[in-house]
Design a protein around this ligand. Structure first.
Ligand code: CUO
Length: 625
C-alpha cells in the first residue's frame, strides 16, 4: 500500500498544483517552510547549484523527521505547494531511500516522471497526440510513438555517438547515482565511500564514452584544458520540459566560458590549483588547519569528496566547489550574467548533463587530479597483486562463437504512464532503439593448490585497436572498463568458474519495464543506480574491434570488511548504494596505480589472465521481448 501512496504522490509532482489543497496545520510549523521556495518554479532545479543547497537540506530534513509514514506523505503534499517540483522529486527519492519506514519501496525512476528530460520535443508532441486517443484505439490505431530515428542528424559530427549520449538508461542511471550519493546530506559518516565512487563512476563513464568513440573510428575525447579557449563541440538538446514550456539552451560550437554571477573563472582556477597541489603533495588542509594524509588507500575517497564537493567534504571554504560549479558555468554559457533570463543548457541539470559531449571532456579534465593523486602511490608489490597458490590456467569468453561477441541494435517499448503531465489516465508506448549484445560467458579455469577459499574476481575490458595498442601499460591502465566484480568459492584443486554477462554486478536490467514493488522491508529495491545491461560492452565495429579482457582473482579473506553494511538495492558491485565500502582494495585494482612495467604481461601474476576477443557489430536490429 505504501508504494501506491508514494506512486500517487509522485505522479502529481509533474502536474499543476491544486492550490490550498493541503493545510500545513499540525504537520509543519510556519518557521519550517518560511525560507522555502528559493528555487524558482519555472526552471529545472540543479543539484550542481550550491545556491540551492540550503533549501534542499531543509526539505530533506523535514521529510526525514516526519514521525511516521502517514506524516511523511502529508509533509510531502504540503511541500509540493511551496517548493520547486523538480527539487521535491529529488528530495523525495533521497528520503525514500533513507527512511526506515520506506525500506523496500522502489523509487520511481526519473525517466517515468520526467520523460521530457530524455525524449526530444518532437516525440513528446507525438505522445501528446496519441494520448488523446481513447484507450481502446490507442493500442490498435496508433500503437506506439516511434522514437527509433530520434537521434539521427547526419550533419552533426557527433551523430554517430548519439545512441550513447542520448541513451535513456545511461542518463537516468547517472541521475540515480546522484540520488544514491547525495552531495546535500548533512550527516558525516553516512556516506563513507562516496568520494571514491564519485571518482570511479564518472571515470568509467568517460572510459566507456571513449570506447564508443573508438568503435566509431574517432579518437578518444580531448580533455577540457583551458578556460579561455573555445569549446569545439556544440550541443543542441531539443528538449523541452512539457509542464513549464522550458526549453534547454542550445550551445553552439566554439563558445568560450565566461564568469557567471557570483563566480569567476579565476576562482575556479584557484580551486583547481589547490586541489592539484593537495593531490601532488599528498595532504589536504582541513578547516581546523590540520593536515589530512592523502597518500594511502583512503586518500581517493577524501579527494573525490573535495573535487565533487558536498556538505560533508573536507574544507569546502578552501577547496571550493570545482566540479559542481563547472556544470553550472557550462550550463549558463549562453547567458552567463542572466541578463536575457535565458534557459540553461543540459550541463546544468543532472539527468540531462551526460548528453553533452562537453560532459566527458570536463570529467576527463577532473580525472587528471585523481590520476595525479594515484601517481603518488607506490606501484603494487608482487605480494599485493598475487593470490598465494592460485593460478589461472585458462580464460575464455564465449558468445555464440569462441572469443567473439556480437552487438546489434535493439528496439524496446518505453511505456510512459501516470508520472507524466498529460498521461494521467493513459499510457503512451514509445519505441526506442538502443545498443544490445548477445549473452556471453566468461570461463575461468583456476588451479588452487591451497585449501578451499573464497575469492574475489574482477573483470575489465579495453578496446585494443591500433590507437591504443601502441600505448604502454601506464597509458592504457587508466582506460580500462569495469565489466564485473563478484565473489566465488574455490575448492582445493581444479575449479571452473563460469560467469554469465547477464549476472554482471555493475549493470541493471528492466530499464523500460514498469517499476512496482513489494512493500516488505525484506525485499531489496531497484535503485536504478548502475549501468544499463544492454551497454555492458561498447558497440565494436563491423570488422570486429579487438577487446583486451583481463581477469584478476584475489583472496577474499584479505579483502573482506568486518561489519560491512549490506547494499540496500538489488544491484551490488561498484556503483551501488552502500554506506561503507564492501571490500578493501581500491576501485579499479590493480590498474588504479602506475606500474614499473611497459606491458600488462610484465605485471601479470599467476592469478591474472588476459584474452583478446573481438566485438563485432552486426548492424541488425532485434526486438526486445
Ligand atoms: Cu555526475 Cu559531473 O557529476 O556529473
Amino acid at each position: 500500500m505504501k508504494w501506491f501512496e508514494i506512486h500517487s504522490l509522485v505522479s502529481k509532482i509533474n502536474k499543476p498544483i491544486d492550490i490550498g489543497y493541503h493545510s500545513s496545520e499540525g504537520i509543519l510549523e510556519h518557521q519550517d517552510y518560511e525560507n522555502l521556495g528559493m528555487v524558482p518554479e519555472h526552471q529545472p532545479f540543479s543539484l550542481f547549484d550550491e545556491r540551492y543547497y540550503k533549501e534542499v537540506k531543509q526539505v530533506l530534513k523535514l521529510l526525514m523527521k516526519a514521525k511516521d509514514f502517514k506524516t511523511f506523505i502529508k509533509t510531502a503534499k504540503v511541500l509540493h505547494e511551496r517548493v520547486n517540483e523538480d527539487l521535491l522529486y529529488y528530495c523525495l527519492s533521497v528520503a525514500i531511500l533513507h527512511r526506515n519506514d520506506t525500506q523496500g519501496i522502489n523509487i520511481l525512476p526519473v525517466q517515468d516522471v520526467y520523460p521530457d528530460k530524455f525524449l526530444k520535443l518532437d516525440i513528446i508532441k507525438k505522445m501528446k497526440m496519441v494520448s488523446k486517443y481513447p484507450s481502446s484505439e490507442r493500442f490498435t490505431q496508433m500503437p506506439v510513438v516511434d522514437a527509433t530515428r530520434e537521434t539521427i542528424n547526419y550533419k552533426d559530427k557527433n551523430n554517430d555517438l548519439n545512441y550513447f549520449l542520448e541513451d535513456i538508461g545511461m542518463n537516468s542511471g547517472h541521475y540515480q547515482w546522484h540520488v544514491l550519493n547525495p552531495a546535500i546530506w548533512w550527516r558525516p559518516g553516512d556516506y563513507d565511500w562516496k568520494g571514491e565512487q564519485f571518482y570511479w563512476m564518472h571515470k568509467q563513464m568517460v572510459c566507456r564514452y571513449d570506447a564508443e568513440r573508438l568503435s566509431n573510428y574517432k579518437k578518444p575525447v580531448e580533455p577540457f584544458n583551458n578556460w579561455d579557449e573555445p569549446i569545439l563541440d556544440g550541443y543542441a538538446p531539443h528538449l523541452r520540459i512539457d509542464k513549464l514550456g522550458y526549453r534547454y539552451a542550445f550551445r553552439p560550437p566554439l563558445m568560450v566560458l565566461s564568469d557567471v554571477k557570483g563566480l569567476s573563472k579565476s576562482k575556479m582556477l584557484m580551486w583547481e590549483e589547490r586541489l592539484m597541489k593537495a593531490a601532488l603533495r599528498g595532504f589536504a588542509l582541513a578547516d581546523n588547519d590540520t593536515g589530512i594524509d592523502l597518500n594511502n588507500e583512503d586518500g581517493i575517497d577524501v579527494l573525490g569528496g573535495m573535487v565533487e564537493s558536498s556538505l560533508t567534504s573536507v574544507n569546502p571554504k578552501f577547496y571550493g566547489n570545482l566540479h559542481n560549479y563547472a556544470h553550472v558555468m557550462a550550463g549558463k554559457i549562453t547567458d552567463p550574467k542572466g541578463v536575457h533570463d535565458g534557459a540553461y543548457g543540459v550541463m546544468y541539470d543532472v539527468p540531462t548533463s551526460a548528453r553533452d559531449p562537453l560532459f566527458y571532456a570536463w570529467h576527463k579534465y577532473i580525472n587528471r587530479i585523481f590520476e595525479t593523486h594515484k601517481n603518488q602511490l607506490p606501484p603494487y608489490t608482487k605480494k599485493e597483486l598475487e593470490f598465494k597458490d592460485v593460478k589461472i590456467t585458462n580464460f575464455t569468453i564465449k558468445g555464440v562463437k569462441d572469443n567473439v561477441v556480437h552487438t546489434s541494435w535493439e528496439e524496446s517499448l518505453f511505456v510512459v504512464s501516470q508520472g507524466f503531465t498529460f498521461t494521467k489516465n493513459s499510457e503512451v508506448a514509445v519505441k526506442v532503439k538502443h545498443l544490445q549484445h548477445e549473452t556471453f560467458n566468461y570461463t575461468i579455469e583456476v588451479e588452487n593448490s591451497g585449501p578451499a577459499r573464497k575469492a574475489i574476481v574482477r573483470i575489465y575490458g579495453l578496446p585494443y585497436i591500433s590507437y591504443y595498442s601502441k600505448m604502454n601499460f601506464n597509458q592504457l591502465r587508466k582506460r580500462n572498463i569495469e565489466l564485473d566484480i563478484f565473489t566465488t568459492d574455490l575448492v582445493s584443486g581444479n575449479n571452473i568458474i563460469v560467469r554469465s554477462s547477464k549476472d554482471s554486478s555493475i549493470v541493471r536490467k528492466d530499464i523500460y519495464s514498469t517499476h512496482k514493488t513489494d512493500d516488505s522491508p525484506k525485499v531489496k529495491r531497484q535503485c536504478h543506480c548502475t549501468w544499463p545491461d544492454y551497454m555492458l560492452l561498447p558497440k565494436g565495429t563491423y570488422e570486429g574491434m579487438p577487446f583486451s579482457t583481463v581477469v584478476v582473482i584475489n583472496d577474499w579473506d584479505e579483502e573482506k570488511v568486518e561489519q560491512a553494511s549490506s547494499c540496500r538495492c538489488v544491484q551490488t558491485g561498484s556503483y551501488c548504494d552502500v554506506d561503507r565500502k564492501p571490500f578493501k582494495r581500491a576501485l579499479g585494482f590493480p590498474f588504479d596505480r602506475r606500474g614499473k612495467v611497459n606491458h600488462f604481461d610484465e605485471l601479470k601474476t599467476p592469478n591474472m589472465a588476459r584474452t583478446v576477443i573481438k566485438i563485432k557489430f552486426t548492424g541488425k536490429t532485434t526486438y526486445s521481448t
